[in-house]
Design a protein around this ligand. Structure first.
Ligand SMILES: [Zn+2]
Length: 54
C-alpha cells in the first residue's frame, strides 16, 4: 500500500519536473509583453514575473 503511494509520488514528481521544463522553455522563447507596477512586471503571454529593484 505504502509502496504503491510512494511510486505514485515518484511518477507525479517526474511529471511535475517535465511540466516545469516546458514552462521554462516557453518563457525562454517567449516574445515577452510585460506589464505591471514599479515592484514587478508580468508577461501577459507566458506569465513570467520579473522583480524590479529601483
Ligand atoms: Zn513572456
Amino acid at each position: 500500500m505504502i509502496e504503491q503511494l510512494q511510486e505514485e509520488i515518484r511518477e507525479l514528481d517526474a511529471q511535475m519536473k517535465k511540466i516545469q521544463l516546458q514552462i521554462e522553455e516557453l518563457q525562454r522563447t517567449c516574445d515577452h509583453d510585460f506589464c505591471g507596477d514599479s515592484y514587478y512586471v508580468k508577461c501577459s503571454k507566458c506569465q513570467k514575473i520579473e522583480a524590479l529593484y529601483y
